[in-house]
Design a protein around this ligand. Structure first.
Ligand SMILES: Nc1ncnc2c1ncn2[C@@H]1O[C@H](COP(=O)(O)OP(=O)(O)OP(=O)(O)O)[C@@H](O)[C@H]1O
Ligand SMILES: [Zn+2]
Length: 811
C-alpha cells in the first residue's frame, strides 16, 4: 500500500504489529483533569507568552491582604494566547459567574477587556500569584452546561486544539452574537409607589403611570406613550425620578422569518414492525432503560427500515420526557428525512447549513429551553444543548461528512460517543455499510451489534450485474453508457419505471488537454487539472475555485482544438439526453443544487414521476427511498478505487452498495448495473453480492498489514507555506522533534514522511504531510503534544502546520 512513502529519506521507524486492538471510538470515560495537559495550539506558529509575561509586575493592592482564599475563574480564549489563565472573581460577580459563560478579562496590555470562556471556578490562594480581576460577565446564563464544558475540554485535549476555539465551534456565532434579537427596555412602577405620590405628578406623567399600573405588566416606553396618548418625554421624566424601574430584555426581532419546513410529498404511515425491526427496537429500548452509556451498531441492509426503528426508539425516550439527537449527512437531510420525523414528533428542530443566523439562534434557544424533542442535523448538531438528552443516533455513520475538515477537526461519532458515555445514554450508529471503525468496535466489545439482514416487506436485494469496461463489445461505441446499461434504461423507460445514474464527478470534462503538445490546463495555485464546465464555458479548479474561461486554443503552443477528456456529470447528461430523447432527465450535483430549495424541488418531481432519469454525484446515492426506481446504473465504479488512501476500497464498497440500495424498494423489484474496469476487485465483488461481512473480512486483513485504523491509530500533520524548500525544512524539523518525543516516551510510534501529499499545492501554498501511527490513539496524541509543545516557526515565513487526529482525508 504505502501511499506515503518515506520520501526517499531514511527514517527510523518502529513498525509495530500487535494483536491488541483498539476501539477508535475511544475512551468511554472523560475522567482526566481538565488542564492536565493544556492543548497545544495546533495551527498557531506564533509563540505563546506565559502568564507571567502577560501581566504587569506591580502587585495589585488587594494582594497585600496575604493568604486569603478567593474564588478564581479559569478562562480560555479563542485567539492566541489561548490560556487557560486564572482570574480573581470580584465579590459582585461571585453569584453571577458560572462555568460556560463568557467573560471579559484584562489580558496583556490590551486596553479593552478580552472576551474569553470560563471553564471552571475554584478556590485558590490569591496571594501566591499575581492575579487580575474578571472585568465583566457577558452572558446572563451559561451558554454551555457543565456537561458540555467537559465535552469541550475533552475535544480540546483529544484533537489538540485550544478550548476557546472549541467553544466557538460548539456555540454558533449566531448565538454568541444574539442574531435576530434586540434589547428592549421595559418599565414597571417603582415598588412602594403610593397613590399620594401619583396624585402629585404633572397630568401627563400621572396618566402614563396610571395606564401602566392598570395594565399590570411591564411595558416599553413606546407602548405606554401610545396608550396614554402622550410623547415619550413624560416617561423619561418619571424614569429620572426613579418612579419607573427599567428592565432590559433580549427579544426576538419581530420581523425575522422562521421558515416553515416543507416535505416532498411522501405519504406516510406508521408501520407494523418486522421481526428484525422489533428485535432492534427492543435492544435499543433496553439500552435506554439501562441508564448506562452504551454504543449499538445497527447494521441494517439498505431498505431494512432503520429510520422506523430510530423513530420508535425516540418515541420511547420522549415518553420518559427525554429528547434525542439524530445526526445525518448533510446531503441526506432531504425533505423526506425531515418529513418522517416531523410527522411523528410535535417539536422537531432541523438544523441545516442554509439557515439564516436568526433562524439558527431561534432554534438554539428553543432547544436549550427544552422545547424540542428531536434535533436533526449534520455533524454540528451533536452539540445541540438539549437539557434531557436521552439518545443520540448517527444515521449513515460511515459517511465522511461527519468529520470536520477544518479546525477543530473533530469526528461527530467520537464526540457523540464521548457525550453519550458521559451522560450515561446510548449511542446508536446505523448504516448498511458500517465504517471499519464501528465494525471493529463490535468485535472488541466496545459496541453491541444489532443486525437487520432483510428488507422490509420481504423484498429481495436487487440483482447486480457487473459490466467489464475492458471488453469492447460491452463498452459499446464510445460514450459513458455501455451497451447493457443503454438497453436497461430503455427497458425501464418502457415499463414506466425510473432510473438513477451515478457518476461521482461534476463538471463536463475533468481534463482539458492539447492533443498537439500534451499541455494540460492546470490551476496555477494548486497544480491540479482544471475541470471544464459547459455552462458558461468555464475551466474551474475543484480545490480552490479558481475559474477562467476555457481556453479555445492551447495556451502553450496555440494549437486550435483542445480535447476534453475524463467524464463529468454535465457530459453524462448530454449523452443521456441524446440517447434517450423522450426521457425526462434531471441532473443533481453541487453545481445544479446551489440555490436553496432546488434539492427539494428535484426530489419532489422525481417522487411525482415527472422525472424519468435522475443522474448525479454521490448526492443521489444516499438515503433516497423511491419505490418506482427500477434501475440503478453506476457509470464508473473504480473512480475512487485508486486513490492513494488506505480507505479507497472501503469508500468504493460503500458508494456502490449505497447507490445499489436505491432500487428494489417497491413491489416492482429492481436491478443494478455497475460499470467497472476491475470487476474482479474484492470491494466491487462484495458490493455486487451485498456481502458486507466478506468485505470487512478481506479489508481487515489489508488494514492489519500496516496497522491502519481501526487496528491502529493514525494522525496526520500538514505543513504548508508559500516557499517549497522552507516548508519542507519546517516539516523536517517537526519530524525531528516528534522522533525525539517518541524516543523520550519510549513510545512505539511509526512516523512516515515528510512527503508531498497527493495534492502538492492548494491555493498557492506548498504542502507536506507526515503520518504518525501506533496501536493506541493516546500514544500518538502524547507524542505530538510533547513534540510540538513549544514549537515555533518564524511568523515571517508564513508557514503553518496543522494536526489532524484520525484523519479521513489523506489528500
Ligand atoms: N415495518 C415496515 N413495514 C413496511 N414498510 C416499512 C416498514 N418499516 C419501514 N418501512 C418502509 O420501508 C422503506 C425503507 O425504510 P428506510 O428508508 O428507513 O430504510 P433504511 O434502512 O434507512 O434504508 P437505507 O439504508 O437504504 O436508507 C420506507 O419507505 C419505510 O417507510
Ligand atoms: Zn486551484
Amino acid at each position: 500500500m504505502g501511499y506515503l512513502a518515506p520520501a526517499g529519506k531514511k527514517r527510523s521507524s518502529h513498525v509495530m504489529l500487535s494483536d491488541s486492538s483498539l476501539s477508535n471510538l475511544g475512551d468511554p470515560t472523560l475522567n482526566f483533569p481538565p488542564f492536565a495537559a493544556a492543548p497545544v495550539p495546533a495551527d498557531s506558529s506564533s509563540s505563546e507568552p506565559t502568564q507571567n509575561e502577560l501581566f504587569e509586575t506591580d502587585p495589585p493592592p488587594w494582594e497585600l491582604t496575604v493568604g486569603e482564599d478567593v474564588q478564581l475563574a479559569s478562562i480560555v480564549f479563542a485567539r492566541s494566547p489561548h490560556g487557560p489563565y486564572d482570574y480573581r472573581i470580584p465579590d459582585d460577580l461571585l453569584d453571577v459567574l458560572r462555568p460556560g459563560m463568557r467573560v471579559g478579562v484584562p489580558l496583556g496590555h490590551r486596553k479593552k477587556p478580552t472576551p474569553g470562556w470560563c471553564v471552571s471556578i475554584k478556590t485558590g490562594n490569591a496571594a501566591q500569584k499575581k492575579l487580575r480581576d474578571v472585568s465583566e460577565v457577558i452572558d446572563d446564563e451559561p451558554l454551555c452546561d457543565a456537561a458540555l464544558v467537559r465535552l469541550v475540554m475533552f475535544i480540546a485535549h483529544y484533537y489538540q486544539v485550544p478550548a476557546g476555539q472549541v467553544f466557538d465551534t460548539l456555540i454558533p456565532a449566531s448565538v454568541r452574537d444574539n442574531a435576530g434579537t434586540r434589547k428592549t427596555t421595559y418599565f414597571r412602577p417603582a415598588p412602594g409607589l403610593t397613590e399620594e405620590q401619583i396624585a402629585k405628578l404633572p397630568s401627563k406623567q400621572q396618566s402614563a403611570m396610571r395606564f401602566l399600573i392598570a395594565q399590570d405588566r411591564p411595558m416599553t416606553a413606546a407602548e405606554i406613550a401610545i396608550m396614554a396618548e402622550c410623547t415619550e418625554d413624560p416617561i423619561r421624566r418619571l424614569r429620572k425620578k426613579e418612579l419607573l424601574v427599567p428592565e432590559v430584555r433580549r427579544e426576538l426581532s419581530q420581523n425575522i422569518r422562521i421558515r416553515a419546513q416543507a416535505n416532498d410529498g411522501e405519504t406516510r404511515k406508521t408501520h407494523d414492525l418486522t421481526a428484525q425491526q422489533e428485535n432492534a427496537l427492543s435492544r435499543i429500548n433496553s439500552a435506554v432503560d439501562s441508564g448506562r452509556g452504551r454504543t449499538l451498531l445497527l447494521h441494517g441492509v439498505t431498505g431494512s427500515g432503520k429510520t422506523e426503528v430510530y423513530i420508535q426508539a425516540i418515541e420511547h425516550v420522549v415518553k420518559q420526557a427525554g429528547s434525542a439527537i439524530v445526526l445525518v449527512p448533510e446531503i441526506s437531510l432531504t425533505p423526506q428525512t425531515r418529513g418522517r420525523f416531523e410527522d411523528r414528533f410535535q417539536n422537531v428542530a432541523v438544523l441545516h447549513s442554509q439557515m439564516s443566523a436568526s433562524e439558527r439562534h431561534f432554534h438554539w434557544q428553543r432547544i436549550r429551553r427544552g422545547e424540542v424533542q428531536v434535533v436533526i442535523g449534520p455533524r454540528s448538531a451533536v452539540f445541540a444543548p438539549l437539557p434531557n438528552l436521552g439518545l443520540i443516533v448517527i444515521d449513515e455513520e460511515h459517511d465522511t461528512s461527519f468529520k470536520q475538515d477544518k479546525q477543530p477537526r473533530y469526528h461527530a461519532r467520537k464526540v457523540a460517543h464521548a457525550r453519550a458515555m458521559a451522560l450515561g445514554i446510548p449511542l446508536v450508529l446505523g448504516s448498511a455499510t458500517p465504517s471499519m471503525e464501528a465494525w471493529h468496535a463490535t468485535q472488541t466489545g466496545h459496541a453491541e451489534l444489532v443486525t437487520m439482514s432483510e428488507r422490509v416487506g420481504n423484498r429481495p436485494m436487487p440483482d447486480v450485474q457487473l459490466v467489464d469496461l475492458r471488453v469492447k463489445e460491452e463498452r459499446g461505441k464510445g460514450g459513458a453508457i455501455s451497451r447493457p446499461l443503454h438497453a436497461a434504461v430503455l427497458e425501464t423507460l418502457k415499463e414506466k419505471g425510473q432510473a438513477i445514474l451515478l457518476l461521482n464527478r461534476r463538471g463536463y470534462a475533468t481534463t482539458i488537454q492539447c492533443p498537439a503538445c500534451g499541455t494540460v490546463c492546470a490551476c496555477p495555485d494548486c497544480d491540479m487539472p482544471l475541470t471544464h464546465h459547459r455552462d458558461g464555458g468555464k475551466a474551474m479548479c475543484h480545490y480552490c475555485d479558481y475559474t477562467i474561461p476555457t481556453p479555445p486554443w492551447c495556451p502553450a503552443c496555440r494549437f486550435d482544438g483542445m480535447r476534453y477528456g475524463g467524464l463529468g456529470t454535465q457530459r453524462l447528461e448530454m449523452e443521456a439526453k441524446a440517447r434517450f430523447p423522450d426521457a425526462r432527465i434531471a441532473r443533481m450535483d453541487s453545481d445544479t443544487m446551489k440555490r436553496a430549495g432546488s434539492h427539494q424541488r428535484v426530489l419532489s418531481e422525481f417522487r411525482a414521476g415527472e422525472i424519468d432519469v435522475l443522474l448525479g454525484t454521490q448526492m443521489i446515492a444516499k438515503g433516497l427511498d423511491f419505490p418506482n426506481v427500477l434501475l440503478v446504473g453506476v457509470i464508473n465504479a473504480d473512480s475512487a478505487l485508486h486513490f492513494p488512501d488506505f480507505r479507497a476500497a472501503e469508500r468504493t464498497f460503500q458508494l456502490v452498495t449505497q447507490v445499489a440500495g436505491r432500487t428494489g424498494r417497491g413491489d416492482r423489484g429492481g436491478r443494478v448495473i455497475v460499470q467497472t474496469f476491475t470487476p474482479e476487485h474484492p470491494a466491487i465483488q462484495a458490493a455486487a453480492r451485498h456481502d458486507y461481512l466478506k468485505f470487512v473480512e478481506d479489508e481487515m486483513v489489508n488494514r492489519k498489514k500496516f496497522n491502519y485504523p481501526p487496528l491502529g491509530s493514525v494522525a496526520r500533520i500538514i505543513i504548508r507555506g508559500p516557499l517549497e524548500d522552507k516548508t519542507e525544512s519546517v516539516a523536517d524539523a517537526i519530524v525531528d522533534r516528534l522522533e525525539k518525543a517518541r524516543d523520550l516516551l519510549k513510545a512505539e510510534v511509526r512516523i512516515l514522511g515528510p512527503a508531498p501529499p497527493p495534492i502538492v499545492k492548494i491555493s498557492g501554498k506548498y504542502r507536506f504531510h507526515l503520518l504518525l501511527q501506533a496501536t493506541e490513539a493516546a500514544v500518538v496524541g502524547e507524542v505530538i503534544r510533547r513534540g510540538l509543545a513549544d514549537f515555533k516557526v518564524d511568523p515571517k515565513e508564513e508557514i503553518e502546520f496543522l494536526v489532524d487526529i484520525d484523519p479521513v482525508n489523506l489528500m
